[in-house]
Ligand binder design. Sequence first.
Ligand SMILES: Cc1cc2nc3c(=O)[nH]c(=O)nc-3n(C[C@H](O)[C@H](O)[C@H](O)COP(=O)(O)OP(=O)(O)OC[C@H]3O[C@@H](n4cnc5c(N)ncnc54)[C@H](O)[C@@H]3O)c2cc1C
Length: 553
Amino acid sequence: VYFDPPQYPFVPPPELRGGAERYPVAVVGAGPVGLAAALELARFGCRAVVLDPKGSVSEGSRAICLSRRSLEILQQLDAVGPFVDKGLGWTHGSSFYHDRMVYRLEMPHSDDERYPPMTNLQQQYVEQFLIEKAETVDGLDLRFHSRVIGIVQDGEDARLEVETPEGTYRLHADYVIAADGARSTLRRLLDLRMNGEAYEGRYLIADIHLRSDYPTERRAFFDPPANPGSTVLIHKQPDDIWRIDYQLRDDEDPEQELEESRVRARIARILGMVGERGPWTLEWFSLYRAYMLSLDDYRCGRVLFGGDAAHLVPIFGVRGLNSGFADANNLGWKLAYVLRGWAGERLLGSYTAERREATLETFRNAGKSTRFMTPPSRGYRIMRQAALELAVEHPFTRPLVNPRQSTPDDYAGSVLTTRDPPAPEFGAGPRPGAPLSNVRIAADDYLLDHLGLGFNGLYFSDTGEIGEHVQRMFADLSRRRGAFHPVIVGRQRPARALGAPIVDPDGRVFDAYGAADGSFYLVRPDGHVCARWRRPPAAEVIRARNRALGAVP
Ligand SMILES: Cc1cc2nc3c(=O)[nH]c(=O)nc-3n(C[C@H](O)[C@H](O)[C@H](O)COP(=O)(O)OP(=O)(O)OC[C@H]3O[C@@H](n4cnc5c(N)ncnc54)[C@H](O)[C@@H]3O)c2cc1C
């Protein structure tokens, strides 16, 4: 095995010595989603205990593709450095039918982006880097070898029963984040069911070690000579590891196909097909089945579900872990604001509304990819074959064979969002509900690097200075509970500056945001736009901020 997993010891908690502290938040599961949620809470000064039965990181090969949006979320957590250093960024993909390339995927990318559209990194590193970060953060208490086996909750608090190598104890918390994965114990204990569907298609997922100069991109092979009648996907990962996913045909017995000799034989054929002749070793393999399942409500009393515990999405289009990071990003600030008394409980109601809608949107897109990758019926098989055959000769049909990649979620329809007026004032820029887009300002300096904690206000000024009424508005926003951070973008360097304004002499940020002198974007703590104005009336700005905190409009 190429990876030497870190070991995390059991440290007896105070509860085993008779202590009985009550914690604001208990996070159940130190997978990527639980860790990211805990880090987000800590940014706002909220303490959390993180519980997990494991004493290391995730075993075996799981998520490998992180979206650009996930890296932006990790940047917000001040954790992105090792992800960038270790990960392999990519922008392209190729789809083949038999032995001919039928589609060249080019994902939107420009110099304005700090991160590539996709970064490949094994999940065990994702967890390791997040744990290393969490260990440096005040207020986070990571408890390994600690399995939650019971929960009781009422209007007062939640009491978890935690099993450890040295006995069982009770832990009291105001809220619980259930990030305990696909087989969530909390889901079972609370008798909750996920609804949706499972796909028949079965994939064998194998990681091999192979030295190869082939660039990092996604290769998809439909009905290839090495796996006739089904599909093969190939991805490069760090440490010279290659992920090879191949679909089993309906007439193939999964038990038999999981025999190591058969896996080796099939991989050898696939490597031969792509011209790889070097020596290789088999590192890991397992069977994967695609699901599209979700809880109807991500909240059950004091328990808030996130990641695989809340929803299972097919991995085609790399959505599993990326949707989980978006959950953590959405839930973390809301829970922190409620706990700090900066917002009412109503804000938590928007968590299910926003994230479940995002899950359903993911289902719509991932469902299309999954039906294409693993056609569920004869009709779909015929349609896929027709699309592939047409794509060989007719370029206009090629987008049909594009396995869709994940795109950032947009909360345009959320009750927290103040929509643009019917006659749009902005010809460009992220609309209310969308995450902020990045713009390169100078070498190693991007717009998103300038965001601060809490609500951000992006103000555009020709001179770089801000008038008195805007200064008063900023003072009002800053006095309110929950942080406010102004970001001034000026075409010129101002004589008298508030903070450190971004100087945008060529108007690139102005253009990207469709902005003119006086334009203003109000941005939520998770980086999504809540409202924007050509000229901000102070009362409307305050109303939009209150709305974004769940106040009745
Ligand atoms: C083969 C495979 C390939 C995948 N590929 C991709 C991909 O390319 N891209 C992508 O985005 N996603 C991919 N995914 C999905 C991705 O791995 C998951 O979506 C992601 O791990 C979800 O993170 P999580 O933190 O919600 O859950 P998990 O990573 O499952 O973490 C849950 C944690 O909870 C802990 N836990 C469990 N029970 C308890 C308990 N009773 N008490 C306390 N803790 C508990 C577990 O030990 C674990 O650490 C893949 C998944 C699989 C299986």
